[in-house]
Design a protein around this ligand. Structure first.
Ligand code: HEM
Length: 432
């Protein structure tokens, strides 16, 4: 049995918890000192915890406290009325008609990246696909939601995120038990502070703008009032959207390129679809309905490599979940990674096979890369749109080829990232 103690005490990769046996079991229990952790891994129970009986569960106070040190009281960490008000303010931004407007921002960012890649292709330089996708996703979300050109700030923000990731990847016993230790809080304070200062400068620029664009940032600034606590709240919200909105999509795209390079049949089918639908031009929102295989490639990537490997909830009251039920104080874990590799739900679960999403719908609550229920990902529609546009635009012009034969391993620290950045060569390709 993979040991939670080894993850917490020895710093073993959290991914080691989700062995093939754990992925196949309907539930698994771990203990760490006095705390019980229950992983639930069947659709009915997942539905119960996240949707129909969600009021019986709260956010995981341990991970939440750590996240709060950096993200404050943004939508990812807030609860109750604060969360409800934030969600009501943000959700309309992601409505269908607004997504269509935002798609142009994404396409413009992709176009700029394609130009840079053309230079790399000519020189035969490998590109760091992980970093390129992070930058692209960050610029897309900043541009689409907040009308911000990140420019050189993109690298500063990504560097601070990477540093934060490295520091948070070292688990500490006290963090797992109760509250972040002073050492842990100090560790995140440096890069966390850099992130907050960067975002605060963007918020102040907007507050001083006499002709602000009509977007979410302007709404947030207008709603918060000047300076002090008001500004801090806006920083919490903007930082939360930037962080939640770029790392996940970027990681999914990096895995998609890796998987496509390893599966030439899927790559060929993607190329054929993109060529038929776009005929060499860049994709727009209206093209999305004609790119079902492109969508399936992403869905299958998110099945095998869900960026959010697991989410957790604190049981507030007793509930009939897992083989022995849960008691208040137990932590209930739900893992998209484990559930989406559960052989009881998926035929040949380890095989990359986008066709399964073309041929049928995934099992309800057996496919949860965006979570589910009231706290499901608010940016899901945007993420899928953005990733489809990026995939179609790039695949319309290039193939990405692996550099070397080293296997690319996944790590479960923070998000389900490749252990080392994915580097690939850009190759021109003839259109079908
Ligand atoms: C492939 C990309 C993405 C994945 C896999 C993903 C995954 C998730 C998951 C699993 C949750 C639920 C967490 C929980 O229940 O504890 C979540 C929540 C959230 N996501 Fe995403 N996400 C993605 C993209 C985005 C984007 C693009 C944005 C914003 C632009 C975003 C913003 C958020 C926010 C604000 C929440 C908190 C929602 C709430 O608690 O009400 N995400 N995401």
């Amino acid at each position: 049995m993979p040991s939670l103690t080894a993850v917490i005490l020895l710093g073993r990769d959290p991914l080691s918890l989700f062995s093939p046996e754990v992925c196949a079991a309907p539930a698994t229990e771990w203990r760490f000192l006095a705390r019980r952790f229950v992983l639930v891994n069947e659709p009915a129970t997942i539905e119960r915890v996240l949707a129909s009986h969600a009021e019986r569960y709260g956010r995981n106070p341990m991970s939440n406290r750590m996240l709060r040190t950096v993200l404050g009281d943004g939508m990812l960490t807030s609860e109750g009325e604060v969360w409800r008000a934030q969600r009501e303010q943000v959700a309309p931004v992601f409505r269908r008609e607004r997504l269509a407007q935002m798609s142009d921002v994404v396409t413009a960012r992709v176009e700029a990246m394609l130009d840079a890649w053309e230079a790399a292709r000519r020189r035969d330089d490998p590109v760091d696909v992980s970093r390129a996708m992070s930058r692209l996703a960050l610029e897309s979300v900043a541009g689409a939601l907040f009308s911000i050109e990140m420019g050189t700030r993109a690298d500063a923000l990504l560097d601070a995120m990477d540093e934060l990731g490295r520091r948070l990847a070292r688990p500490r016993v006290l963090d797992a038990l109760a509250r972040p230790s002073a050492t842990s809080r100090r560790a995140v304070r440096g890069p966390g502070g850099a992130l907050r200062r960067l975002v605060a400068s963007m918020v102040r620029e907007r507050a001083a703008d006499r002709h602000p664009p009509a977007d979410l940032l302007t709404d947030l600034v207008a709603g918060a009032g000047a300076g002090g606590a008001g500004e801090a709240q806006v920083v919490d919200q903007v930082l939360t959207m930037l962080v939640a909105g770029h790392e996940t999509t970027a990681v999914a795209l990096a895995w998609a390129w890796h998987l496509l390079a390893a599966h030439p049949d899927s790559e060929a089918r993607l190329h054929a679809e993109v060529d038929a639908a776009l005929g060499g031009r860049l994709p727009a929102h209206a093209d999305m309905a004609r790119l079902p295989y492109t969508k399936a490639v992403l869905e299958e990537t998110l099945r095998l490599y869900p960026p959010a490997i697991a989410i957790s909830r604190l049981a507030l009251v007793p509930d009939d979940v897992g083989p022995r039920g849960v008691r208040p104080g137990d932590l209930v874990m739900l893992s998209a990674y484990a559930t989406q590799r559960n052989p009881a739900l998926w035929a040949e679960p380890l095989r990359f096979q986008p066709e399964r999403f073309v041929e049928g719908a995934p099992p309800r609550y057996g496919y949860v890369p965006f979570g589910a229920g009231t706290r499901a990902c608010v940016g899901r529609g945007f993420a899928m749109m953005e990733a489809m546009l990026v995939l179609a635009a790039l695949a319309g012009r290039y193939r990405l080829e692996r550099c070397g034969e080293q296997p690319v391993e996944a790590t479960g620290r923070l998000s389900l990232r490749p252990r080392e950045p994915i580097r690939m060569r850009v190759r021109a390709r003839a259109r079908a």
